[in-house]
Structures are given as C-alpha cells and as structure tokens.
Design a protein around this ligand. Structure first.
Ligand SMILES: *[C@@H]1O[C@H](CO)[C@@H](O)[C@H](O)[C@H]1NC(C)=O
Ligand SMILES: *[C@@H]1O[C@H](CO)[C@@H](O)[C@H](O)[C@H]1NC(C)=O
Length: 489
C-alpha cells in the first residue's frame, strides 16, 4: 500500500509533535449527410464526395481564398479529380459541384462562373463590411458572419466579464475587481481547467484525523493582526506564477515547504523549492499541469525530496493539452535518511542540486483559532480553496464569493478546487462599523494579481472552504544541514 494513501502516516498526535518539535529543537528541521441525388451519383466512384457534409452550410469560411484559381482553372461537367485541398478536406471546381448540395471551392462562383456566391452574407462591424465566414474574436467568443448577414457568436462564459467586474465594484462587497490581461480572452471553463489544478482530496484523506491542539487561553494569545513576513523577514517566499499550468497542487506544496524550511533552519537555508520538480517527477497518480493531489505531493517531498526552483526552473506549458515534461532529476538514498540528486541541475547555470525533504504533513482542525496558532508558531499552512467565477477578477480587499452572476445562465457560475498558502490574518472595520476578519493568503497567479500576488479572504466562516482542509508540515532540517548550508554562504 502506498504510504500516501494511508492517513495514519499523516496523522500526528500532540505527543508526536511535541517529540518532533523536541527533535527539531535538538537536532534542529478530450454524418454523414446522405442526400437525394446520391443514387444518381452513385453509379460512379465518388465515395469521398458523397460522404462529405455540405461544405458551405455555415457560409464560406475562407471567402477570399483562391482555390480554383490556384488550381489553374475550372472543369466542365463532372470531374471527380477536379479538386483542391480546402481546410481539412477538399473542394471541387467542376460545374457539377453546385448540384444538390454544394461542395464547390469558395472562389468557384467568382472564378468559374463570374458571379457572386449565392450564399454570401454581409455583416457590418465598426463601419466595415465582412462576408459570411469571416470571423472576429470578442473576448473569449468567436463571432462568425452568417449566411443571413448576421454575426453569430459563441456564448461561452468568459473569465473576464465586464458586467461582473462592474457589478462587484458597484456593490458593497468589501473587495474590488479588476481586468487582468493574462485572463482576457479565456473562457471560464479554460480558467477553471488551466489556472487551478488541485484535485479534491479523496474521502479517506478528507476523513483523516486532525491534530489535537490544546489551546490555552491564558498563554496562547493571538494577536489581531499577524503576517508571517513580519515575524520571519526574508524567510517567506514570494508568490510564483503557475501560468496556464494547472498545478497549484505542486505550487502550494512547494511554497509551504519552502517557508517552513527557512523558518525551521532559522534562515540558514532559504530554498525556494521547485514546483517543476514535482510536476515532472511526481507523476504517479498525478496529472502534472492537468491537476494533481496535495497528499501525493507531500508524499514525494517526504520520500524523494526536491531541488530548488533555481536548479529546476518552472517551464510553463506552451501547448494544450499540456505536456508534463520529462523528469530531469531523481534522488537516491545516501544513507541516514539523506538523499542526493542523480543528475546535475536542469538549469545549467545552477550548481547546487541539494535535495530538500519534509516530514509527514499533518492536518489542522477547521477552527480558525487553531489555524492561527499554527501559523504563528510554525509558519504558513496549505489550504484548499473552492475558486468561483468571481475570484479570478479579485484585485483588493477582503474576498467573499458574491452573487453577481446569479442572474446569468448556470454556465456563468462554476467553481473548481485550488490550493493556496495562508500566511497570516487580520481584521478590518468597515465604514458601517462592522468588523471583518480575514486571512492573508498567497496565490500562484503572479505578483500582478490581487494584492501583490496575495489575497485576503473572510476568516472564521469557512469561506470557499478555505478552512476545510488545512495542512502543516515540518521540513527535514538537521543541525548538520544548517551547518553545511551556512558554510556555503
Ligand atoms: C447553385 O447556384 C445557383 C446560382 O448560380 C444558386 O441559386 C443555387 O442555390 C445553387 N445550388 C446549390 C445547391 O447550391
Ligand atoms: C481587459 O483587458 C484587455 C486586454 O488587456 C482589453 O482588450 C479589454 O478591453 C479589457 N476589458 C475590460 C472590461 O476592461
């Protein structure tokens, strides 16, 4: 049985954590149209032609293309060889092509008959005339000039909807929305498919026990504001940009582990761990840039370990569906629980290919106080987040999912699972005097998104399930490591 499917291994009792802390403290951490007249044609071998659906049903898609002209002319009567490649099929330049259903080349009428094609519509846009088949893109939707002379546009929900942005900013929601050029032109479905990438943990994992935290109200004083960057300056890593790679499973895991290692090693080691190392190498039951599981990522970090971002840099996918990329870097045991990279850094300018590992992750309760205490004592935590359509346009303020899309068709209201890193909290009094508590969390959509790559979200009400599944972890840091790394600096 895979250790990662075994919740017991994740589970830490208070006692083991005390021991751990002690140890850390001491050793230090995817038609045919059969027509009438076919029988008449059937006498000769015109298989391909008969099987094809009418070419120009939706208008001529390439009205200005030269086909018959390029072929060097037209053919009298019927000539099944009188063809030219057209898009992903062929079109005909014989006079027979306009019988029954047309499979004539777009320039057949003009070039062979000297007339205007019968089914050409004219559409107007911005004072210009367009012919049927011509297209333009309006945000995430392709609009095509139809044969009737009207633009026919796709009706996808887009990631950036002007109405949505305006409704959020007009409403009293406590946060502001903005347009992001990197999202503009994408559909909501694409956003949910390519910009997130954390599978909801399985039922077994979801049911795993939480660590018991015995909070003492006397000694456990939780400040009103806390920011890990202030408590551990230089040890909290900046938000990265996952681009169109749906691998938040790898980004959030690497980010939390990076911060924890820096904190535990008291700054002797501040590695920015490589999400790409996880994406390309942690491939068992994982989907790379098509989504993955955080429990699998933690298993990998614990058993195999990863190198730094500098050593194994992120290479955003250039194509869809996305390729994972070959694993360039494995690790092997060198005894005493230590591991060593089996290859030089994929980045040929980087030399340090040290492997960093973590201890088993532990699950925190959904109680905001316990999560706060954990962050304050031990550093940032990982959390899953249900991302709804309005989250993409978040710019600033305290996010709460809004009802601004409630009057739109259902396909404008969708969500999918993501994972992020919570780094602090605070509270803010609104103009009407109510207190609003929030979490500070780092996203992986680059630093131009939200508040410098971060966002604030309502705290204590399990907003978008942010308090449902929260994970902490220890880096594996020994005194020896610290010494070794310090010397290198
Ligand atoms: C054939 O072309 C004529 C114009 O010359 C047009 O009116 C007619 O609709 C066309 N027939 C078909 C089946 O496309
Ligand atoms: C959003 O930005 C894109 C390009 O960055 C621009 O073409 C578009 O008009 C903008 N939309 C809104 C609603 O501002």
């Amino acid at each position: 049985m895979e250790p990662c499917e075994n919740p017991q291994e994740w589970y830490f009792t208070k006692q083991t954590r005390v021991i751990m802390k002690f140890l850390l403290a001491t050793s230090a951490v995817l038609l045919l149209v059969a027509m009438e007249g076919m029988a008449a044609r059937g006498a000769t071998r015109r298989t391909k032609r008969e099987l094809m659906s009418p070419l120009h049903m939706g208008g001529i898609r390439d009205p200005f293309g030269s086909y018959c002209e390029r072929r060097g002319g037209c053919c009298p009567g019927r000539d099944d060889q009188c063809t030219v490649p057209y898009l992903d099929t062929i079109c005909y330049c014989d006079l027979f092509c306009n019988r029954t259903v047309s499979d004539c080349c777009p320039d057949f009428w003009g070039h062979c008959l000297g007339i205007t094609p019968p089914f050409i519509g004219k559409c107007e846009r911005n004072g210009h005339m367009f012919l049927s088949g011509q297209t333009y893109k309006e945000n995430c939707n392709l609009c095509t000039c139809g044969t009737t002379g009207r633009w026919e546009c796709e009706q996808h929900a887009c990631l950036i909807e002007t109405d949505m942005i305006q409704a959020v900013n007009r409403g009293n929601y406590g946060w502001r929305a903005a347009n992001y050029s990197q999202f503009y032109g994408m559909s909501l479905d694409e956003g949910l498919r390519y910009r997130l990438g954390t599978q909801r943990p399985s039922r077994t994992i979801m049911n795993m026990n939480e660590i018991q935290m015995n909070m003492d109200p006397q000694t456990d004083h939780l400040p009103l504001h806390f920011n890990a960057e202030e408590k551990w300056p230089g040890k909290i890593h900046e938000p990265l940009d996952q681009g169109n790679c749906a691998a938040s499973w790898a980004f959030s895991t690497a980010a939390v582990a990076s911060d924890r290692i820096a904190i535990q090693s008291m700054g002797h080691m501040t590695p920015q761990l490589s999400p790409q190392n996880l994406i390309s190498c942690d491939t068992r039951n994982q989907g790379g840039c098509a989504g993955g599981r955080i429990d699998g990522a933690w298993w990998y970090l614990r058993r195999r370990g990863v190198v730094t971002e500098e050593c194994y840099p992120f290479s955003p996918p250039q194509q869809t569906p996305v390729e994972v990329g070959r694993c360039m870097m494995q690790s092997r045991s060198v005894g005493r629980g230590k591991r060593q990279a089996t290859a030089r850094c994929p980045n040929t300018h980087a030399y340090q290919n040290d492997i960093y590992q973590s201890t088993p992750p532990y699950r925190l309760s959904s109680n905001d106080k316990e999560i706060m205490k954990e962050i304050m004592d031990n550093g940032p935590v990982q959390a899953i987040l249900e991302v709804h359509e309005d989250f993409f346009v978040y710019k600033s303020g305290i996010y709460k999912h809004t009802d601004v899309s409630s009057t739109r068709p259902p396909h404008f209201r969708k969500h999918n699972t993501h994972s992020v890193r919570i780094t602090g909290w605070g509270e803010e009094r609104t103009y009407d005097g109510t207190m609003r508590k929030y979490w500070i969390a780092a996203n992986s959509w680059g630093k131009n998104w939200g508040e410098n790559g971060y966002f604030r979200i309502a705290r204590g009400e399990n907003e978008c399930e942010i308090e449902t599944f929260v994970i902490g972890v220890w880096g594996r840091v020994t005194l020896e490591d610290m010494h070794h790394h310090s010397k290198r600096k």
